[in-house]
Design a protein around this ligand. Structure first.
Ligand code: 5GP
Length: 116
């Protein structure tokens, strides 16, 4: 599938759709998920036009993952959580619904189930 430059995250990057930004640098944007599965549920995306793991360059992937690694403990602590789930889907069959690469950072608390 070709990258769709009008996907919802591309529109956020262009400033056409608002988002609750929690981090930004020249390569990466992180913002709160609109339907959080727990308090603090965050999405980290590269600014590069890339759909998922199947087309991302190693350089973009490394920069994006570095931000995931930096933000994960900060989000855990800000949410008062005990750990974080990192989740990422590739292709509609795997559950991907927005076709711009993104990593979920989902704070988890002991004994608390995720929202569906
Ligand atoms: P996935 O493609 O990983 O299955 O899910 C895409 C994620 O993007 C979902 O968790 C969904 O709630 C989130 N999402 C979809 N549209 C928007 C939006 O307009 N704003 C924000 N902040 N998150 C969105």
């Amino acid at each position: 599938m070709a990258y769709d430059p009008d996907n919802i995250f591309a529109k956020m990057l262009k400033g056409e759709i608002p988002c609750h930004k929690i981090y930004e640098d020249e390569n990466t944007l992180a913002f709160l998920d609109i339907m959080p599965r727990s308090e603090g549920h965050t999405l980290v995306i590269p600014k590069a036009e890339t759909e998922n793991l199947f087309d991302v360059s190693p350089d973009v992937l490394a920069k994006t993952m570095a931000v995931v690694q930096t933000l994960a403990p900060k989000i855990r602590d800000a949410a008062g959580a005990d750990g974080v789930l990192i989740q990422q889907f590739n292709g509609a069959a795997a559950g991907q619904t927005v076709f711009h690469l993104h990593f979920h950072i989902v704070p988890r608390k002991e004994g608390v189930d995720l929202k569906p």
